[in-house]
Write a protein that binds this ligand. Sequence first.
Ligand SMILES: NC(=O)C1=CN([C@@H]2O[C@H](COP(=O)(O)OP(=O)(O)OC[C@H]3O[C@@H](n4cnc5c(N)ncnc54)[C@H](O)[C@@H]3O)[C@@H](O)[C@H]2O)C=CC1
Ligand SMILES: NCC(=O)COP(=O)(O)O
Length: 321
Amino acid sequence: MTRRILLTCGEPAGIGPELAPLAMASGVDFVWIGDPRHLPADTPYHLIADPGDPVPPGHLPVLRHEFAAPNRPGQPDPANAQGVIQVIARAVDLIRQGQADAMTTLPINKQALKQGADFAFPGHTEYLAHLAGDVPVAMMLASTSVTPPCRVVPATIHIPLADVPAALTDERLESAIRITHDALIRDFGIASPRLAIAGLNPHAGEHGVMGHEETDRIAPLLTRLRAEGLDLTGPLPADTMFHAPARKNYDAAICAYHDQALIPIKTLDFAGGVNVTLGLPFIRTSPDHGTAFDIAGRGLADPASTIAALRMARDMAATRP
Ligand SMILES: NC(=O)C1=CN([C@@H]2O[C@H](COP(=O)(O)OP(=O)(O)OC[C@H]3O[C@@H](n4cnc5c(N)ncnc54)[C@H](O)[C@@H]3O)[C@@H](O)[C@H]2O)C=CC1
Ligand SMILES: NCC(=O)COP(=O)(O)O
């Protein structure tokens, strides 16, 4: 089996097309799936029919996926939305057929997909979970260039903040904890994972003075799971759990909601952060950033996070049977 990683094109109007050739600096054996018309004009690329086909040195291997329209950097064309979605599904199919080992996704623009194709999912994470058979998943963002590492998992993902307290059920929190625990063992080589669980409210509720979710729900859940042997700390005040000395005490933080998790990692390691979907039957990583329409097509995009994502996918693939 060749060790091939599929790099999906993402939103053509974003920085994805310019990141693909830059990502060849990763040294990872990857194939880009997309419409070569969307690549920067000077990109040396080679069309292939199958992920394992040979490619001349210095050329970007391309599995062509024809889109409806050319790209205009910064201006998504609704006609291209279906193509963006199809490329993600095609990558999953190729992995299922055994033609590739993992996928790294370049960013999609959620608004563009909603407007252009009435996309029913708020992100890759939820779409991939659906394609995998509606399996429970967790979204981890993992640093690659800070010590101690920062790994965060929001238990609720792409939902309005107002909906978080009701959505943060025992089932959802327990699922995030178990999926993260298992993934740290399988994919990160951590034999006995230590998880820190953030509270929802300021000061983790301060014993009921600033909210009751911690005392009424989160703490009893953690007590039950600790009885099984899981190494869990918390509920912790979220504002004091991400500085370096605090991060020494755990391997991943389970957070209540999206920004509680993503603000610390994107502040600490925007360039090296990698998004990994945990719980899927296949490997998916992604850069931590989005489509960056404000700089698209201007030669300003930093490929560091995409390179880190490709390397993480390759390394995870190497350890799986
Ligand atoms: N995995 C994915 O598909 C993701 C998609 N998104 C989507 O991207 C869109 C835009 O999201 P924003 O919140 O504006 O975040 P963004 O990450 O696209 O941009 C935030 C800021 O960071 C800069 N930036 C981002 N990546 C950069 C890079 N590689 N090099 C240099 N500068 C970079 C941008 O220019 C902008 O100033 C939204 O539709 C969002 O949903 C956001 C995150 C992940
Ligand atoms: N902010 C992170 C994010 O939006 C990731 O979304 P996706 O990987 O589910 O597409």
